[in-house]
Design a protein around this ligand. Structure first.
Ligand code: HEM
Ligand code: HEM
Length: 187
């Protein structure tokens, strides 16, 4: 029930998957919206949203660590049998890239904040150490890297969601059901 089997994901992997999916979608939407807001003046929406974005981004990093540990300690459910080899490779490549991005996005965000001289905290409770010292060139570089990683995440999410829906509604196979609670409970 809690752990994965060859046939489906266990409840822990399922909760982590859907919780993180929601968090990553919120972070991307928030990121794109907040950078479109005006910088200064009486409008403090941008600065407020950036603060929330940073806190939620750190939460995503903590969940990514938990998720990676859980994944390494569990079997990986098989992909549906009749997938052509190239699609199996593509699916695994997208999943692996997601793991890379779940770490790379928060860490580049953290480096960006440190290089701007703005420390990162966990919900105003623990102050995290600066990863680099203040450096304007590094700040500009990491804004770009963080942005392009965000765009890569959006691209992969579209492919991933498209594939999941196609399997469910078009091929009517087990792909999506494996990631829903019933499959975890029945194994
Ligand atoms: C999985 C976690 C994260 C995701 C998916 C994410 C995504 C994004 C996206 C899509 C943008 C808009 C980029 C643009 O169009 O210019 C953005 C901006 C930003 N992110 Fe993140 N982010 C994450 C984590 C973090 C963390 C942990 C921090 C800092 C501790 C952070 C700090 C920022 C800042 C300061 C900006 C605004 C940059 C600017 O002023 O141009 N992000 N993020
Ligand atoms: C909201 C739309 C989403 C849907 C419908 C969806 C659906 C699925 C399904 C059906 C699987 C199982 C694939 C299989 O084993 O055959 C899966 C796995 C996976 N998904 Fe998603 N997903 C969504 C969003 C996301 C997002 C935003 C991420 C990015 C973090 C993500 C990351 C993963 C990863 C890494 C796996 C591999 C299993 C694991 O290691 O946890 N998914 N997804």
């Amino acid at each position: 029930m809690f752990k994965n089997t060859q046939q489906g994901y266990g409840i822990v992997a399922i909760v982590l998957h859907w919780g993180m999916a929601a968090l990553m979608i919120v972070l991307v939407a928030m990121g794109l919206y907040m950078v479109s807001l005006p910088d200064a003046g009486f409008d403090t929406r941008k600065i407020t949203l950036i603060l929330y974005h940073k806190e939620l981004g750190v939460l995503a990093l903590a969940l990514a660590i938990a998720r990676l540990c859980w994944r390494l300690g569990n079997v990986l459910p098989r992909l549906v049998d009749r997938l052509p080899d190239w699609q199996k490779v593509a699916a695994r490549f997208v999943h692996l890239s997601f793991y890379g991005l779940m770490f790379a996005l928060p860490i580049t965000g953290w480096i960006m904040s440190s290089s701007a001289g703005l420390s990162v905290s966990v919900f105003d409770w623990i102050d995290l150490p600066d990863l680099v010292s203040r450096d304007d060139d590094l700040f500009a570089l990491f804004i770009d890297i963080h942005k392009w990683l965000g765009y890569a995440l959006i691209g992969l999410m579209l492919v991933h969601i498209g594939a999941a829906l196609r399997h469910h509604f078009f091929f009517k196979d087990e792909t999506l059901k494996k990631m829903l609670p019933a499959s975890g409970l029945s194994d």
